[in-house]
Design a binder for this molecule. Structure first.
Ligand SMILES: [Zn+2]
Length: 150
């Protein structure tokens, strides 16, 4: 099977989040047949919910649609390294592959900080591919925070 990246759709979600005044992070969840089953961006401000990260939103939507708390064989694309909360949710949902864009030394929980998937308590570890379209994801974040400071 030819590898098809869904990161462009995740970047679209990140751009839409920025337009809503949210930190520009977007995520897409793809089922084993290659169908996009959920796409979302951050909505923490809109929903007054610190857990309303893009990854949580797509996992919630896909689990609700599947009527299951687990999503075996599903792949998650997200524009920024997941935080510890999202990494734990990814493990709990049994996501097959995690593709992410920009590294997040400040709040990331995969390659930084808690490094959730290397922890002995991680019951499930996805295949992890980082740096996918990282430059675009980083540029979005940089622009967003620069504009907010201005
Ligand atoms: Zn998160």
């Amino acid at each position: 099977m030819v590898f098809k990246s869904y990161m462009n759709q995740a970047l679209d979600q990140a751009r839409a989040a920025a337009l809503r005044g949210e930190v520009p992070v977007g995520a897409v969840l793809v089922d084993p047949a290659g169908q996009v089953v959920a796409a979302a961006g951050n909505r923490t401000r809109e929903q007054s919910d610190p857990t309303a990260h893009a990854e949580i939103a797509v996992i919630r939507a896909a689990c609700a649609a599947a009527g299951s708390e687990r999503l075996p064989g599903h792949d998650l694309y997200v524009t920024l390294e997941p935080c510890a909360m999202c990494a734990a949710a990814i493990a709990a949902a049994r996501i097959r592959r995690l593709y992410y864009g920009a590294a997040d030394p400040k709040s990331g929980g995969v390659a930084h900080g808690a490094r959730v998937f290397t922890h002995p308590q991680a019951h499930h570890v996805p295949e992890i591919y980082d740096g996918i379209a990282a430059e675009e994801a980083e540029a979005l974040l940089r622009r967003f925070f620069r504009d907010r400071r201005a």
